[in-house]
Design a binder for this molecule. Structure first.
Ligand SMILES: [Zn+2]
Length: 293
């Protein structure tokens, strides 16, 4: 009799331990935090997305992937118990917009820019094809909230947009604005002139807080600082090319120490320089310019 009791106790203990280990794993991997008002940030590893909880429903942005979106859906259900009415994609990259099928059964409307939708179709990306698209600008009203979606021209990926949440004045941008960290390595897939143009454009918008698809949240002043870095990097490489320096010289000589507080500064500065140099050589055609040695 006693033995059986102990066995039952052990089994119970084990199953509760197992549960808490699982919860712990999720707690380490995923995080939901309130940004301000009805706007929340959802963190999964080095990826971030935001969602809006209005009184009559939820607007979800990038679902990231199936596993992550499944966890998010469950959390939304248990915390808010409101229908997901919109799923909005920031751009076309699979590490941000896969997993959207998880929200299909809730009769949500899927939204992206026209270029993102075209890219999903043409490349046969395995995510939900958006129902509603826009070319330049679209407004979504949900309860007392408004979400303004804008396309600013090429910057990273295809059809990447900004999302402005009102009345909270929170701006969400993925990949082409990164706060407190260097821009990703060799600026893989970036259109640097386009990033500068788009960032200048969003700085004219009325926002107080910024949430990025990677790295830290911040204020408008932090977005301004980020722009200063990209501009300084871009013009330092252009100056170097005009003074006849090759890539190796540029990588070892250019210092932008006013930005040395950025995460990965030492490690990624030569990579950032190389990325900018490659774009200037190819996209700007500086490799075959008659006035440059
Ligand atoms: Zn990304």
């Amino acid at each position: 009799m006693r033995k059986i009791n102990i066995l039952i106790l052990l089994a119970l203990l084990f199953s509760s331990l197992n549960l808490s280990v699982n919860q712990l794993a999720y707690a380490n991997e995923y995080k939901i935090e309130r940004v301000t008002g009805n706007v929340y940030r959802f963190v999964s590893g080095r990826h971030r997305s935001v969602f809006l909880v209005a009184e009559n429903g939820i607007l979800v942005t990038d679902p990231l992937n199936t596993r992550t979106a499944t966890w998010l859906k469950k959390e939304l259900k248990s915390r808010f118990d409101l229908p997901v009415k919109y799923v909005v994609y920031s751009h076309n990259h699979s590490d941000h917009i896969y997993g959207a099928e998880v929200f299909r059964d809730s009769r949500a409307v899927f939204v992206s820019s026209q270029l993102t939708r075209q890219d999903i179709i043409v490349t046969r990306a395995k995510t939900v094809i958006p129902d509603v698209t826009f070319q330049e600008k679209m407004n979504i009203t949900l309860g007392e909230n408004q979400v303004e979606l804008r396309y600013h021209g090429p910057n990273d990926g295809r059809g990447s947009i900004s999302m402005l949440f009102k009345p909270e004045k929170v701006l969400f941008v993925v990949d082409w604005i990164v706060l407190n960290r260097m821009v990703w390595q060799e600026l893989w897939s970036y259109d640097i002139q386009g990033m500068i143009n788009s960032t200048r454009e969003v700085l004219d918008l009325d926002f107080d807080l910024f949430v990025g698809g990677h790295s830290d949240t911040g204020k408008k002043a932090d977005v301004q600082k980020y722009l200063s870095y990209i501009e300084a990097l871009y013009s330092a490489v252009i100056d170097g090319i005009h003074s006849g320096k090759n890539l190796e010289q540029l990588k070892s000589e250019i210092r932008l120490d006013q930005f040395s507080h950025l995460e990965n500064y030492e490690e990624w500065l030569p990579k950032n320089i190389e990325g900018v140099w490659k774009r200037l050589m190819n996209e700007s055609g500086m490799a075959w310019r008659p006035d440059i040695d």
